[in-house]
Design a protein around this ligand. Structure first.
Ligand SMILES: [Zn+2]
Length: 142
């Protein structure tokens, strides 16, 4: 007997068994109906939790800001982050990036995001540290 059939006809069948004075069968069927009821309650709770999770993800997506590289979580009060673009897009996970000297690193996927601002500051402080292109060496001397 399938569960769905049990659910649809179970209570009527219990009633009939009692009228037929078969309490043992009636009790067994009631027990099966109770198990089925508990399973449905559990499933219902799981579905409710899923709906809440989906709503939270949708709310969060509205507060996500992409700077071209990384995600930031913004609300009226704070600017939080940055978070890994790869982990969020692929798995929906907010993985906070760790600040290194000139880049941000994701400790989950290992992705590295160069910090453009730090790179600019670095080259502004030491403009000659970066090798300048050399003039081409003439092949034929006139
Ligand atoms: Zn990542």
């Amino acid at each position: 007997m399938s569960k769905k059939l049990l659910h649809a006809t179970g209570f009527g069948r219990v009633h009939q068994l009692i009228l037929e004075e078969k309490p043992k069968e009636a009790r067994e069927l009631l027990k099966a109906l109770q198990d089925e009821y508990l399973a449905i309650v559990e499933e219902n709770e799981a579905l409710k939790r899923q709906i809440i999770e989906v709503a939270q993800v949708l709310d969060m997506a509205e507060c996500m800001e992409f700077d071209g590289q990384k995600y930031w979580l913004t609300d009226e009060l704070r600017h939080k982050g940055p978070y890994c673009q790869l982990c969020y897009d692929r798995d929906g996970l907010l993985m906070r990036l760790g600040k290194q000297q000139r880049h941000w690193k994701c400790h989950c996927c290992g992705n590295v995001f160069l910090d453009a601002k730090a790179m600019q500051e670095q080259s502004a402080k030491r403009p000659y540290a970066v090798a300048m292109p050399r003039p081409p060496i003439p092949l034929f001397v006139k």
